[in-house]
Design a protein around this ligand. Structure first.
Ligand code: PGA
Length: 249
């Protein structure tokens, strides 16, 4: 019912020429994918990547954006700037932005509203830290993060949002949530959305992220609640990312 979506999060990796080489290698490997395919690249790579993926099934993603339309915000990028560069998706509230750049649930919400208003699809990241899981706060925390991020959207708008459940302790560590853990927590996120937006929750695509790779992607994607993946490290090598994209083959 929900079309899976596999998105790469390149983080602060790849110069424009390297980006061009990576997507050029990727195009033939993912051309028959049954899921939506997105590459979330550094902004300096938008032009190079947009040119190479033109006419293919790969969509362009950004890793952040500001919520204001324009103004005195040195170093920031607006939704309109992203749009004009061919960006269709934007990763928001990644745990690295929360940890290193002062991102909060409130600013994730502002960015989400601005992205949706501009016609971009947000990929909103939520997830618990290790100590929060150990203390038993995972479910309350992910539900809260999700609902705050979505505040102000209509049920119709919520249907098109993508959520990425990324346990912070699993990001870049090689540790993955078990298939069942990931499925259970994503179920909690969906139930929280249902509590406010009703059946729209059935249409929201919720990804898993955190050390997802060619080896573990099949098991994760076989879970009923998991609609895709947000892939960091494994998205930097075309054959690895392609294997995740082609998880059903
Ligand atoms: P990872 O990163 O796949 O390298 O763990 C995922 C992410 O941070 O989105």
């Amino acid at each position: 019912m929900r079309k899976p979506i596999i998105a790469g999060n390149w983080k602060m990796n790849k110069t424009p020429s390297e980006a061009k080489a990576l997507v050029t290698e990727l195009i033939p490997l993912v051309k028959d994918a049954n899921c939506d395919v997105v590459v979330g690249v550094p902004a300096v790579n938008f032009a190079a990547v947009a040119e190479v993926i033109k006419g293919t099934n790969i969509k362009l993603g950004a890793q952040n954006m500001h919520w204001k339309e324009s103004g005195a915000y040195t170093g920031e990028l607006s939704a309109a700037m992203l749009k004009e560069c061919g960006v269709e998706y934007v990763i928001l509230g990644h745990s690295e932005r929360r940890q290193y750049f002062g991102e909060t649930d409130a600013t994730v919400n502002l960015r989400t509203l601005a992205a949706v208003k501009a016609g971009l699809t947000p990929i909103i990241c939520v997830g618990e830290k290790k100590e929060e899981r150990e203390a038993g706060y995972t479910n309350a925390l992910v539900a809260y993060q999700t609902l705050i991020a979505l505040t102000g959207l209509t049920a119709e708008q919520v249907k098109n949002v993508v959520i990425a459940y990324e346990p912070v302790w699993a990001i870049g560590t090689g540790l993955t949530a078990t298939d069942e853990q990931a499925n259970e927590t994503i179920g909690v996120i969906r139930a929280a959305i249902r509590g406010v937006y009703g059946d729209a929750a059935d249409e929201v695509r919720i990804q898993y992220g955190g050390s997802m790779n060619p080896k573990n992607c099949k098991g994760l994607m076989a879970q009923p609640e998991i609609d895709g993946g947000l892939i960091g490290g494994a998205s930097l090598k075309a054959p690895d990312f392609a294997q995740v994209v082609n998880f059903d083959k």
